[in-house]
Ligand binder design. Structure first.
Ligand code: TRP
Length: 334
């Protein structure tokens, strides 16, 4: 039986790019019979981004509610909040002591922050960089190794971190004996990456997202704002380069997609294309959105789901951390 594990940082409500690229595949995978699935809300990771305390709770609620509303069945998977499993932090320190500093120097997120400082001609290349950011791949390794995960579905940008988790696990196993499974990243297809309002990849850091469960009116407004070119109605349009079309394709069947491609070639006007895509996406999401709104209004219920998931996660992590402690020599005297 394989273990599949993935986490999502609690820094704001999911957008439709997260849905297509991560949430929807996770829901499909959660129905696999040949795997145990662990899905968690990475609240300690969000501290790295300097999230404020109010926003943390709000974001945890929004993300948990989104996953459940999108069809993740908490009875079928272990759905939990990272901070409800304190063994992860304990493991994080043990792994920190097994991790070469040079490995962390090579992490993309850290290197990017240094590069930004250098470009700004700061005399301190580490300006504004916390140890949280620097050591973040170790915390992520602890998330993964705590549950002996075999498969880790992530976006391309997280591939390096999963490889680092694998390196750290191998080093630990070499020193202390076979303990951890070696995890592998499962990378989403490129087609699962959605463009945002401005045509670049939809991403919170670009501020070009469409939140997943926007009320219908606001969803329409957002779709109407998507950048298109200045071709007039009647002029043939290239569907492949159009964000509105890409969003439609992520939701529609191949036949429906082919039909809209044809209407682009025939010169559909931008207003009509956007209205059409809005109506389709809105209909597709409306049942889940109702469920989302119901869950958001009941934080105590969502809390109880997360607590129950945390308990199930600890059925694994508590005995496993005891074994790990023993291996490294953190043991009772008698
Ligand atoms: N770092 C991941 C992200 O930003 C989220 C994450 C944290 C994660 N821990 C993980 C993903 C463990 C997979 C496995 O997207």
């Amino acid at each position: 039986m394989k273990t599949v594990l993935t986490g999502i940082t609690t820094t704001g409500a999911p957008h439709i790019g997260n849905y297509v690229g991560a949430i929807r595949p996770a829901v499909v995978s959660s129905k696999r019979r040949d795997a145990r699935s662990y899905f968690f809300l990475a609240d300690y990771h969000s501290l790295i981004k300097g999230i404020d305390p109010e926003q943390m709770g709000r974001s945890t609620l929004e993300i948990a509610a989104s996953w459940i509303a999108a069809g993740l069945d908490p009875d079928n998977v272990v759905l939990y909040r990272q901070s409800d499993v304190p063994e992860i932090l304990e493991l994080s320190w043990i792994l920190t002591c097994m991790t070469a500093k040079g490995l962390m120097n090579r992490a993309h997120a850290y290197k990017a922050a240094v590069a930004t400082n250098e470009a700004a001609a700061n005399n301190d290349p580490d300006k504004g960089i916390t140890m949280g950011l620097y050591c973040y791949p170790i915390l992520m390794a602890a998330d993964i190794l705590m549950f002996n995960a075999n498969e880790v579905p992530v976006g391309q940008d997280q591939k390096q971190h999963v490889e680092m988790a694998r390196d750290i696990a191998a080093r630990f196993n070499h020193h202390f004996g076979e303990t951890f499974a070696l995890p592998e990243a499962v990378i989403e297809e490129d087609s699962a990456v959605l463009p945002g309002l401005d045509g670049r990849k939809m991403s919170k850091s670009y501020g070009n997202t469409i939140p997943l469960f926007l009320p219908a009116k606001q969803l329409r407004k957002a779709i109407m704002k998507i950048k298109t070119n200045s071709l007039e109605p009647g002029e043939p349009k290239n569907a492949e380069q159009c964000s509105v079309f890409a969003i439609y394709r992520a939701f529609a069947t191949p036949e429906e997609t082919a039909q809209l491609r044809k209407r682009y070639a025939e010169g559909i006007g931008w207003g009509d294309a956007k209205q059409f895509v809005f109506e389709y996406v809105n209909a597709h999401l409306s049942v889940a959105r109702q469920e989302y709104e119901r869950l958001i209004a009941e934080p105590a219920h969502v809390e109880s789901i997360l607590r129950a998931g945390g308990q199930r996660a600890r059925e694994f992590s508590v005995p496993f951390i005891a074994e790990i402690r023993d291996r490294v020599g953190v043991r009772p005297l008698a």
